[in-house]
Design a protein. Structure first.
Length: 447
């Protein structure tokens, strides 16, 4: 028990360091290392074992899965019901995923910011399934191969001491000390990456975040990391797997009702997206086309061939974008609107900050117009690339739903104002469509 407690303490320390360093640093680095080590173990067993057998078995497993998926999914064991087995495993896994769904869903959404719903769904369905399939097929069939070819002692030990089964399998291959060490580190990182992401999400659940890009304060993340470690230690000191199964089933039941509310919320959110898309497709007020609004073909070509660096981008934000946003803000204030305009400092690791215009709409969704300098790699055919520069900036418009994909670089102040008013008018159209929709009752938080 002392060794287990020491291992948990080490895991908590690593998880705490990871979660306090943020998603883009500690959590990301540990997760990528974990995946690399796990894939390395799979490839090690695949090529050190009977590769031909394992690949054939993998194809067979995929075929069995596809062929029997519907039948096994709808098999309710109406006539021959293995009650004890279903209670210990089927209900356990059902409750496990139900209990984990709020945490896992929020964490995946947190690290997938900027992706579309289609990308999110496909990614979460395909990538974990593929990895799980490879892991179970390679290691499971390797164990069966050893048993079929006379490994009775291995089979008996795996049945009597299941916690030793994985290491007993690795002992059948060369370089056992190395592979066992990698397996131990991988298992440790599996726990750590679950604990640090869990601490991050629980911290966000139990704190009031100032905006969608912020996370819970560091001390709260440390608290939840330690709490998860103590809970793990408590599980080990009691009845281990049995206690875990019973607790998971108990906690999973109330969350099964929460999921229905989540589904209803998702439906409402998607309906709001429909209204937003419809408002974006509606024509805005006609623009006055004076000479000052038109670009000569030379200026237009110059804009297309311009790949600006940090200094030019900063100058553009200070002399054109901010004054344009300030004029709009002043005019809105004169007409009774509550408006905030901020020039925010660079985030960690960035050279340039961003501009934020916020118009409060009471109980309706606030209008947010931001200008972010986005850094990209310079195309190889440009003069900037030939002169040794590797990156350039685009000044992109961001609304609450993300980037609009446009570039305000080299716009005049009047053109930036026009873009702000276009987006503001679309937002007012969106609010109108949403208020006129049947059953309108969605309340929006401050943003």
């Amino acid at each position: 028990m002392a060794a287990k407690a020491a291992l948990i303490a080490l895991s908590v320390i690593i998880a705490t360091i990871s979660v306090t360093s943020g998603v883009d640093k500690g959590i990301r680095v540990l997760s990528e290392l974990n995946v690399a080590l796990a894939l390395g173990l799979i490839l090690f067993v695949l090529f050190m074992g009977d590769t031909s057998f394992l690949l054939n078995a993998l194809v067979l497993n995929v075929g069995d899965y596809v062929n029997r998926f519907m039948g096994m999914t709808l098999n309710s064991f109406a006539f021959d019901r293995p009650v004890e087995w279903m209670n210990n495993w089927t209900l356990f896994f059902w409750a496990w995923w139900v209990a984990w769904s709020p945490f896992v869903g929020l964490f995946l959404a947190r690290i997938s910011r900027g992706r579309t719903i289609r990308q999110f769904v496909l990614g979460t369905l395909i990538i974990p399934f593929t990895f799980t399939l490879l892991w179970l097929s390679v290691f499971g069939n390797s164990a069966l191969y050893e048993i079929i070819h006379g490994g009775a002692a291995f089979a008996e030990e795996a049945m009597v001491h299941p916690e030793r089964g994985f290491y007993s399998l690795l002992a059948q291959y060369p370089a056992f000390t190395f592979s066992a060490s990698v397996a131990t580190i991988t298992g440790l990182l599996f726990y750590v990456t679950s604990a640090d992401s869990g601490a991050l999400v629980l911290g966000n659940f139990t704190s009031q975040l100032k905006d969608i890009n912020s996370d819970a304060p560091g001390w709260l993340r440390v608290f939840w990391s330690v709490a998860i470690g103590l809970l793990t230690l408590g599980m080990l000191m009691t009845n281990g797997i049995s206690a875990l199964q019973n607790t998971t089933v108990i906690m999973g039941l109330p969350f099964s009702f929460v999921i229905f509310f989540v589904m209803a919320g998702l439906y409402k959110s998607l309906k709001v997206e429909d209204y937003r898309r419809e408002s974006a497709n509606r024509d805005t007020a006609p623009r006055p086309l004076g000479l000052q609004d038109r670009l000569s073909w030379k200026k237009r070509l110059s804009r297309l061939m311009n790949y600006p660096g940090t200094r030019y981008t900063k100058q553009m934000m200070e002399t054109v974008c901010y004054p344009a946003m300030e004029e709009v803000a002043q005019e809105l204030r004169l007409r009774g609107a509550y408006v905030e305009l901020k020039s925010l400092p660079p985030e960690e690791g960035q050279q340039l900050g961003h501009l934020d215009l916020l118009v409060h709409m009471g109980e309706e969704q606030n209008f947010v117009y931001q200008i972010w300098p986005q850094q990209y790699s310079v195309p190889g055919f440009t003069y900037r690339a030939r002169s040794g520069k590797s990156t350039y900036y685009r000044l992109e418009t961001f609304l609450l739903e993300g980037s609009q994909g446009n570039d305000l670089m080299d716009y005049s102040k009047e053109q930036v104002i026009t873009d702000i008013l276009d987006q503001y008018e679309r937002h007012l159209n969106f609010i109108h469509l949403h208020r006129e929709a049947p059953g309108h009752s969605v309340m929006f938080p401050d943003a």
